[in-house]
Design a protein around this ligand. Structure first.
Ligand code: NOJ
Length: 545
């Protein structure tokens, strides 16, 4: 029926994150405009047309605030500024305005859980017990014996409490020792955070990716000042605040918890806390499924995800800027993935993760890369790309820790991949090396190659934007006769889309039950429900109307 094809405005734009394509980048490593070896807002602004051409609709900026840069900017000294290495507030505003001109929204990382120990609040707090800033952080005379024990960075850190000589007490740091945890139970801290968020909304941001959410929420619960349930009131207040300031603002949460603990982070009824959560559970299962050439692990993971309110969405990703954490897999499963994708010790980190990008893990295998990225764009949720994924960029294990996957964007085959004219020794992060470094993998070459991954990605982004059933529809697993095949069906406003992926390096034959005549969305032709899938083959199918 023609009426069913009509998409109401509220559906397409008010809840824009339901069907966005997000692209995560770090200003520091995207484009250097002044030859100092560090990317900057002017450089990023010059590259916006690459992003517009790719078809993404929202940019997520990793932290760009003033920082001593001991955790790649996740250690903030001023919530109201731009790190001088990256430019000025003026450059930031020009960038946001140019992005808006190209139809791109911008969101940014916001770090609520902790500051840098060089933040003036912490300096004042440690210097004087009577300072109003003392209670901005969490202090104890003796580390409690019954507190949490799970270290986020085992190896670099051995405790989450650190004795501060000047303060004469221990402070809490869930992450590195130079990142003291803010005391989220203190209403003044909440006001400070809200004011800073309001500032960036005023300058044009469309929302935030909230770092490390469970840590500050958990602390609230443990502080004794709130009950477990009240600790979520902070998220509710934060959401109310940002949407009051800007109706379409989105909050995307980093919440890596088991499936049964996720639902409450969206909200209790209407999804009035975080609008989106990254699906870490599905992400880890995807890798196990790739290794086993069996769709089972992913199908099981998807079926454990809670149903979420209409306004909420999953943020779907293949890789992010951190290690590929495998903490939700069993020890045996993690070992399987390690053996296949990180055989050398130097490829692993924190005992739980892999510090490589996917193309390196797959040895550049184009068929399996397409399989993984077709899944990124067709599993339930909004796809979040990590910069460089559109070209199959590599990594550099010689870079320290997680910086291995944060190497500069590869624009050309020139020195430093066209990222910077600085001496390569002066780059903020070395470029990727080997087979997937800039000489072999870069935007310029791929733009002129019709078969390139860049052109494939651009096409699938466009098709994803034209397939709102995936973002809006109710997903259901379809049972098929081959364990290697994942079939997902979306129903929305009288339309049906079925996405089918073969995880095996052999052909698969399946018959889709209960569907009418189908159109292959990617190939643009009619097809029957009896499918012959190539090794690692995939199809997006829409029921012909
Ligand atoms: C999560 C971020 O993704 C990670 O890069 C950072 O180190 C920690 N939070 C601490 O902010």
């Amino acid at each position: 029926m023609a009426a069913d094809r009509h998409v109401p405005l509220a559906v397409t734009s008010d809840l824009w994150w339901k069907n966005a394509i997000v692209y995560c980048l770090d200003v520091e490593t995207f484009q250097d405009s002044d030859g100092d070896g560090v990317g900057d807002f002017r450089g990023l602004t010059e590259r916006i047309d690459h992003l517009a051409g790719l078809g993404v609709s929202c940019l997520w900026l990793m932290p760009f605030f003033p920082t001593p840069d001991l955790d790649d900017g996740y250690d903030v000294t001023d919530y109201y500024g731009v790190d001088p290495r990256l430019g000025t507030l003026g450059d930031f505003v020009e960038f946001v305005r140019t992005a808006r001109d190209r139809g791109l929204r911008v969101i940014a990382d916001f770090i609520v859980n902790h500051t840098s120990d060089r933040h003036p609040w912490f300096q004042a707090a440690r210097a004087d017990r009577d300072s109003p800033y003392r209670d901005y952080y969490v202090w104890v005379d003796e580390p409690p014996e019954d507190g949490p024990t799970d270290l986020v960075f085992p190896g670099p850190e051995t405790s989450m409490w650190r004795y501060d000589e000047e303060a004469g007490q221990h402070y809490l740091h869930r992450f590195y020792r130079h990142q003291p945890d803010l005391n989220a139970a203190n209403p003044r801290v909440r006001q400070e955070i809200a004011r800073a968020m309001g500032f960036w909304l005023e300058l044009g941001l469309s929302g935030f990716r909230i770092d490390a959410v469970p840590y500050f929420v958990e602390e609230l619960g443990a502080s004794g000042e709130t009950t477990d349930q009240d600790s979520h009131a902070y998220l509710r207040d934060m959401h109310a605040f940002v949407t009051r300031r800007r109706g379409d603002a989105v909050l995307v949460g980093e919440v890596n918890l088991p499936p049964d603990e996720l639902r409450t982070y969206f909200g209790d009824d209407e999804g009035e806390k975080l609008d989106m959560l990254f699906d870490f559970v599905g992400n880890q299962a995807l890798y196990l499924a790739l290794v086993r050439e069996d769709a089972g692990p992913l199908a099981r993971a998807l079926s454990t995800l809670p149903r979420i309110p209409d306004r909420n969405q999953w943020a779907r990703f293949v890789r992010n800027h951190d290690e590929l954490t495998l903490d939700k897999l069993s020890d045996e499963e993690r070992q399987e993935v390690f053996v296949a994708f990180a055989p050398d010790e130097e490829m692993r980190i924190f005992g739980r993760g892999i510090r490589r990008r996917l193309p390196s893990m797959l040895g550049g295998d184009r068929e399996r890369l397409e399989l993984a990225y077709s899944l990124l764009f067709s599993l339930p949720g909004t796809p979040v790309l990590l910069y460089g994924e559109e070209i199959g960029m590599g990594d550099n294990l010689a870079a320290r820790g997680r910086m291995s996957v944060r190497t500069p964007m590869q624009w050309t085959d020139e020195r430093s991949g066209g990222f910077s004219t600085a001496d390569p020794a002066d780059l903020c992060v070395p470029t990727a090396d080997g087979e997937r470094g800039p000489e072999h993998v870069n935007v310029a070459a791929q733009e002129h190659d019709a078969e390139s991954l860049l052109n494939w990605t651009t096409r699938i982004v466009r098709l994803r934007r034209e397939t709102p059933e995936i973002g809006w529809g109710d997903p259901a697993l379809v049972s098929v006769d081959d364990d290697a095949v994942l079939a997902l069906r979306y129903e929305w406003r009288g339309r049906t889309v079925v996405c089918v992926h073969n995880f095996a390096g052999r052909e698969a034959r399946i018959s889709l039950p209960d569907v009418g005549e189908l159109v292959d969305v990617l190939a643009g032709r009619r097809t029957s429900p009896d499918l012959e899938l190539e090794p690692y083959g995939y199809r997006w199918l829409r029921e012909a109307g």
